[in-house]
Ligand binder design. Sequence first.
Ligand SMILES: Nc1ncnc2c1ncn2[C@@H]1O[C@H](COP(=O)(O)OP(=O)(O)OP(=O)(O)O)[C@@H](O)[C@H]1O
Ligand SMILES: [Mg+2]
Length: 389
Amino acid sequence: MDPNTNPFNPGAGFPPPELVGRDYLSSEFRIALGRRAMRRHGKHMLLIGLRGVGKTVLLNHACDLAKDMDFEVVVGETDASKHQAGAFTSELAQQIGELLPRLTKGLAAKVLDKIRQTLSSFSMTFSPDGPSLKFDADTISTNINYSSGSLTNLFVAVGEAAAERRKGILVAIDEVQDLPIEDLSALIAAAHRADQMQLPILLIGAGLPNLPGKACEAKSYSERLFQFPPLRPLTEDDAKAALLRPTQREGVNIQNEALEHMVEAAEGYPYFIQEWGNRAWDVASGNTITVDDAKAAELLVEASLDENFYSGRTSRLTPKEIEYLHAMAQLGPGPHSSGEIAKKLGATTSNVSVRRKDLIEKGMIHSPAHGELAFSVPMFDKYLKRVLK
Ligand SMILES: Nc1ncnc2c1ncn2[C@@H]1O[C@H](COP(=O)(O)OP(=O)(O)OP(=O)(O)O)[C@@H](O)[C@H]1O
Ligand SMILES: [Mg+2]
């Protein structure tokens, strides 16, 4: 079929043609944002899910909702390859600090003074056309330290300015599990203070299933501070809708049997659904995607997933860690008990405990229940078996 009208969009954070199955979270976002703007309590959120389940797309959706509700939106960037503690905190502080002139413009002198006092360790100027508060050049990068509580002070100052303006602020952060523990602690402490003072700042983050453990390790009160909504694979009906609605809009049909085939193969994972839709569309020649088209798309889907979704996942791993993953893959999709995996490796559980811990730390595997381990990348067992051949 015409590739120009292909509606499917497989890729990291690429907006889907139809965001299905997430209405309940959409309304939770709206409520949390609405309550925050009114300085009422609502928990910060960390969206938790496997690779490709739709976390980034949903986080972007939360940002869009926040903008529609007239929030200021700050998007924090994490980088798995950067382990230097403090870099993230400093960058985030810079972005939050940039809101200050706009939020403080025209506020009463008494309020400005109070905000200035909160930020007494920073060098600041009053801008004459307003008046408003502004940081002196470079002052944030030299004054922000993840351990000094300066990020918290910044949250308080900016939060108070926003409250005066009756505005909300959304801080959105993807791949939170990649933050160095020092930055994660500073972020959680700042979010905690925002809660205690009922400031209109909401934090929504996203991360892999190892994130709740990391957050609790960083600050033990994280369990109470955050809601951790799990992002699960789509239900069968939603997976069908994700394929049918975009094709029907383009005047294309999918045969029932073809639809069943694709939905079963994708196991509800949004990335896989986009990939199946995309390839089946490419293969089909008429105005209907037939079961033969769907079957013919299989090898293309596999090749594309290997190249775009799976490859590179093991680049940060040691040979011993890869060996551990292969042992898990031999046992099947999982979850598997740590004892079973150790046995497969011909070792005892304690002999391989360092590898297991490091793989959890790197987000490759997680523990869905005590003593059990599962892959954090969907169908990773099948991929490893393919590349082993
Ligand atoms: N609810 C949804 N309905 C249909 N397609 C979706 C949905 N959510 C995400 N997708 C599609 O799935 C793919 C993966 O989405 P996204 O990048 O948000 O996943 P992710 O969980 O952030 O993955 P990763 O952990 O690898 O960063 C994209 O192509 C996106 O368009
Ligand atoms: Mg993502």
